[in-house]
Design a protein around this ligand. Structure first.
Ligand code: ADP
Ligand code: MG
Length: 367
């Protein structure tokens, strides 16, 4: 089921009627979520991810704009009639019910033509329990389960009505690091097996990048960029997106373009064609540096962190806007800490230029 968001906007009135300003939580969001795909809705806290999800679910009504499931306009439809499955961060299971009763619960309220017999309900419940691998735990109470198991129950409960769309709001945030990794792989597997169009909300860029077919990056209610994770990482539209994706984060420096060359201080780090002379913000991905004793960019060596296969060289440069410059270099390179200066050449496709005022990307041809 494709999901179409058309100029979706949500404005919350000010809580303090006199002093406060209204909040534009989601601002003119237009996007067609393709059928059967997993979309990662990504951005810092407060950027409007949950509000977008709640509008798709029907829990919140848009101030303006429309939502379609397939060709059906569902904008005015109640949550119960949209055929969605919802999973929240805090699992929200009924504590006094067993796992089985929790999963059965949504089926017991089905009415009319959708009504199921007891045997049909049980069959469905065991089917989804198997899918999320909790069929051995059906008689337990939620308090007798780990966080990861509880979240699987919540996912099973969301899937049991065979929703047209699955909506997940930070479903992994309450899990510890290892379980988070494992559960996100599980969610991806389940999504692929069921082929349900899924919207996955998270503030964690790595999480979104690793499981999404496409990501939507939001800031202050406004969509910044939509694309495949790798495409957005390789080709960010502005400084915000460049900074939001990637660990370690992109290095940000101030510099200038002069007669077709990019300068950081006195160091000319690369040539660019067709860019006017101007001051710029320069972003260099950590993997965009090459150690070279005659390298164009000179930095002051601080520290070398061993990461196994790679090393991370921490250095400083007067032009750096980030507190330090972090490069990721293959550990085969010998790095001499006794050197005060570390010199790099940069890989042009790992360097982005941004307008100093608007922070929008400055485009040029990369050879
Ligand atoms: P996110 O999920 O990305 O953290 P939200 O969608 O929850 O962000 O919130 C977006 C913005 O809308 C925030 O500024 C938040 O304070 C505001 N907001 C959310 N819900 C309400 C509400 N019910 N009333 C007023 N403001 C709200
Ligand atoms: Mg939220």
């Amino acid at each position: 089921m494709k999901v179409v968001l058309q100029n979706l906007t949500k404005i919350f009135p000010s809580r303090d009627k006199k002093a406060g300003k209204e909040v534009v939580a989601v601002n003119d969001f237009t996007f067609e979520i393709p059928d059967g795909k997993l979309i990662g809705l990504l951005g810092p806290s407060g950027c409007g991810k949950s509000t977008t999800l709640y509008m798709i679910s029907g829990l919140q009504k848009p101030t303006s704009g429309k939502i379609f499931f397939g060709d059906d306009d569902v904008t005015e439809l109640s949550t119960e009639n949209r055929g969605i499955g919802l999973v929240f961060q805090n699992y929200a299971l009924y504590p006094h019910m067993t796992v089985k009763q929790n999963i059965l619960f949504p089926l017991q309220n089905l009415k009319g033509a959708d009504k199921l017999t007891k045997d049909q309900m049980l069959e469905r419940a065991y089917e989804v329990a198997k899918l999320v691998q909790i069929d051995e735990l059906m008689e337990r109470k939620p308090s007798e389960l780990s966080g990861g198991q509880q979240q699987r129950v919540a996912i099973a409960r969301a899937l049991v009505k065979m929703p047209r769309v699955l909506l997940l709001d930070e479903p992994l945030s309450n899990l510890d690091a290892r379980l988070r990794l494992q559960t996100r792989e599980e969610i991806r597997r389940i999504q692929k097996e069921t082929n349900i169009t899924t919207v996955f909300v998270t503030h964690d860029q790595e999480e979104a990048m690793s499981i999404s077919d496409m990501i939507v990056v939001m800031k202050l209610g406004v969509v910044q960029q939509i694309g495949k994770p790798q495409e957005v990482y390789d080709d960010p539209t502005n400084l915000f997106v460049a900074k939001f994706l990637g660990t370690p984060p992109i290095n940000v420096l101030s510099g200038r373009v002069e007669n077709g060359r990019v300068y950081i201080g006195k160091d000319a780090i690369m040539d660019v064609k067709g860019v006017e002379n101007q001051e710029v913000i320069i972003g260099i991905r950590p993997e965009g540096f090459e150690l070279n004793e005659n390298g164009a960019l000179r930095c002051e060596m601080n520290n070398v962190e061993v990461m196994g296969r790679d090393v991370s060289i921490v250095s400083t440069n007067p032009a750096s806007i980030s507190p330090c410059i972090r490069s990721i270099i293959n550990a085969d390179n010998k790095v001499d800490l006794a050197n005060k200066t570390v010199r790099y050449n940069v890989k042009p496709h790992k360097v982005f230029l941004f307008n100093k005022e608007t922070e929008e990307r400055i485009r040029y041809e990369v050879k």
